[in-house]
Ligand binder design. Structure first.
Ligand code: FAD
Ligand code: SIN
Length: 544
């Protein structure tokens, strides 16, 4: 018989608790440290400080930067068009209009965006769905540069403590004080979280006046994804368990062009949309173009359209991938803009300037998530959220390329403003019991968890992918229910581990995607159901 789980319990206190060290979490921590120098800020990250989705961003950050050619109205119109009728207009307007100031702030911290040759002006790139060149970038490593800048800046503030390898398990609410909390309970409050210190094995109670989720996306719910393995939707799952509001989860964005590799690979390597913005064209293996059959914007149509077109061509032709033709592009320019993509392709025996690059759609971005208002406040009091884990209303049914980094910066700023004004009215709740691990044992076999995670990814990829129908969604739901029951049984008897918690979180995210997809009886943006190919006249977010 395995030994009983042994945990030591500790309690920590911080004024503001931030979960996540990507662009949302770090830019918020820096703002708070500047605005409230006497407050303590604790940032937790479940692996190391730079392992985030942010670090892998390639294309860049979209913002109106060249007033001679571009303006807010154009960026707003492009965002609304990509969002296919579901964006909240007031949110689009505020993100687009506040965006340039927020981008300037990270430039002032030292982010080195590329300048045009022999010019003081930024080299603005273009991506799918954008009517103008407006994407600031650092080669094809924009996220790496932003992550570097923010980590360096955060180090300057002694009131910011960043703890690596701390896995947040659950949010603490009145439920932990023994009260009944259900989805319609008014006035649910968050008092912090329980977190597993992965190095010591201790489960710590972290009390905070305010908690902010910046936990990123959940691409790992699919077999093929551009997201790193940390992207398991933990924040969304924690909010759902705490009975908070989640919305728009059917809108999982598939990036049209991840590099095809016959043996898979997790994560899939991204071939940035900026490569198409630079002139690359989608083709078949024989070099024929096909996007003219789908959209007049051709290879630079919004992502939902291009990903569906590639999926449809692959099904028609019975092929495993389509191709990206860069062979006609200026060699010097290509190498200057995309050195990482060039090197990565070469390492696999593909020379992008001589060979067609094999590409396939892969899950890339979670457009829905934790519902937040224009100040980043969730439906749970004293709980805020920013970045990819949220649904702000900016992306609607499909995100416009490079709007994600921008959204994270704008909402981090707004949360900092709200907390500066209101933190004094948020006292600590001291009466929180330790994490309850009664009746749990050390796990017998971790393989049960990894096998369930594989099954989950298969279910989601086969039945809830780019093109859906009612039978597939029903199958997915039935199979997910089985996985859920098995995993909950395991959870009630096994000591928590990051693997088990991530599996539970992925099952919750998969359930939320599938349920919202089944609920939407139309096709819109990223959600396409062949049983309901048309659009309904009245559009609403699906709320869970
Ligand atoms: P992340 O950067 O993902 O950070 C999440 C953090 O939360 C991590 O620190 C993680 O450890 C922590 N965390 C999660 N769960 C827990 C837990 N349980 N306990 C403790 N910590 C936890 N967007 C653009 O706008 N432009 C681009 O060019 C672009 N390119 C992209 C390229 C790739 C390959 C990918 C994958 C995404 C790209 N995106 C791009 C999307 C964008 O990078 C992300 O949406 C954005 O970086 C998310 O930032 P974030 O701060 O919300 O989360
Ligand atoms: C890319 O570089 O293609 C990714 C951009 C994004 O996800 O916004």
């Amino acid at each position: 018989m395995p030994p009983p789980a042994c945990h030591i319990f500790l309690t920590m206190k911080t004024d503001i608790l931030i979960l996540g060290s990507g662009i949302a979490g770090l830019s918020l921590a820096i703002k708070l440290a500047r605005q409230m120098p006497d407050r303590s800020i604790l940032v937790l990250t479940k692996t190391n400080e730079e392992e985030t989705n942010t670090r892998y961003a390639q294309g860049g950050v979209a913002a109106v930067w060249n007033p001679e050619k571009d303006n807010f109205d154009k960026h707003i119109a492009d965002t609304l068009d990509a969002g296919d009728g579901l964006c909240k207009r007031e949110i689009v307007e505020l993100v687009v209009s506040e965006g340039p100031e927020r981008v300037q702030e990270i430039i002032d911290m030292g982010a080195r965006f590329d300048k045009a040759q022999n010019s003081p002006d930024y080299d603005l790139a273009k991506e799918g769905g954008h009517s103008e060149h407006r994407i600031l970038h650092y080669k094809d490593l924009t996220g790496w540069e932003i992550q570097r800048t923010l980590l360096q800046e955060a180090e300057q503030y002694p009131q910011i403590t960043l703890l690596e390898h701390y896995f947040a398990l659950d949010l603490i609410t009145q439920h932990h004080l023994g009260r009944l909390v259900i989805r319609v309970t008014p006035g649910i409050e968050c008092y912090g979280c329980y977190a597993l210190n992965k190095q010591s094995g201790e489960i710590e109670t972290i009390l905070a006046r305010a908690t902010v989720l910046c936990t990123g996306g959940g691409g790992q719910v699919y077999k093929s994804t551009t997201n790193p393995i940390i992207a398991t939707g933990d924040g969304v799952a924690m909010v759902y368990r705490a009975k908070g509001r989640v919305e728009g989860m059917e809108f999982m964005q598939f990036h049209p062009t991840s590099l095809y590799h016959p043996s898979g690979g997790n994560p899939s390597f991204l071939i940035s949309e900026a490569v198409r913005g630079f002139g690359a064209v989608l083709t078949s293996k024989e070099g024929e173009t096909f996007m003219e059959h789908y959209d007049e914007r051709l290879s630079l149509a919004p992502r939902d359209i291009v990903a569906r077109a590639i999926d449809s061509e692959m099904k028609k032709r019975g092929t495993d991938c389509m191709y990206l033709d860069c062979t006609h592009l200026d060699k010097e320019g290509f190498l200057a803009h995309f050195p990482t993509i060039h090197q990565h392709c070469l390492s696999l025996g593909i020379d992008p300037l001589n060979d067609l690059i094999p590409v396939v759609p892969a899950c890339h971005y979670m457009c829905g998530g934790i519902w937040v208002d224009e100040k980043g406040r969730s439906s749970i009091h004293r709980l805020y959220a920013a970045g990819e884990c949220t649904s702000t209303g900016l992306h609607g049914a499909n995100r416009l390329a490079s709007n994600s980094l921008l959204e994270a910066l704008v909402f981090a700023h707004r949360i900092a403003e709200d907390l500066s004004a209101n933190l004094a009215n948020m006292p600590f709740q001291e009466q929180i019991p330790d994490w309850n691990s009664e009746g749990t044992m050390a796990p017998k076999e971790l393989v049960l968890i990894t096998q369930s995670a594989k099954e989950l990814k298969e279910i989601m990829s086969y039945y809830v992918g780019i093109v859906r129908n009612n039978v597939r969604l029903k199958r997915a739901m039935d199979r997910l229910f089985l996985l859920y029951q098995e995993t909950e049984t395991l959870y009630s008897t096994t000591a928590v581990s990051p693997q088990l918690m991530e599996l539970r979180n992925l099952i919750t995210v998969a359930y939320l995607i599938t349920r919202s997809a089944a609920h939407r009886r139309e096709s819109r943006g990223l959600h396409f159901n062949t049983d309901f190919p048309g659009k309904l006249p009245f559009v609403e977010y699906s709320i869970l």
